[in-house]
Design a protein. Structure first.
Length: 115
């Protein structure tokens, strides 16, 4: 049974930083491709960043240069360092893990960037 648990969300001033973490409980973390998504209030969930099982990273154009996704396979954890946050980045952040036909999601962590 795979479980993903996010943490690190909170309130932050514009221009501030947060670091999100997502730990996988279960086995096989190193095989998975890992993703961070954001869902703003009333909007669809969108991909923010991803890191594959060979450490290749991809970012949404809106966060390129400000956000960094990383993984620590020994700790079964994926991170999202977010810098210079703006109010438009308020939302619930979800991590997901996928590999072949397997797809798992966490419950999300709330990030609120004050106006």
């Amino acid at each position: 049974q795979i479980q993903l648990v996010e943490s690190g969300g909170g309130l932050v001033q514009p221009g501030g930083s947060l670091k999100l973490s997502c730990i996988m409980r279960g086995t096989g973390f190193g095989a998975y491709h890992l993703n961070w998504y954001r869902q703003a209030p009333g909007k669809e969930r969108t991909l923010v960043a991803q890191i594959d099982n060979r450490y290749k990273t991809t970012y949404a154009s809106s966060v390129e240069g400000r956000f960094t996704i990383s993984r620590n396979d020994a700790k079964s954890t994926v991170y999202l360092q977010m810098n210079n946050l703006g109010p438009e980045e308020t939302g619930t952040y979800y991590c997901s893990a996928n590999w072949i036909s397997r797809d798992y999601w966490g419950q999300g962590t709330q990030v609120t960037v004050l106006e």
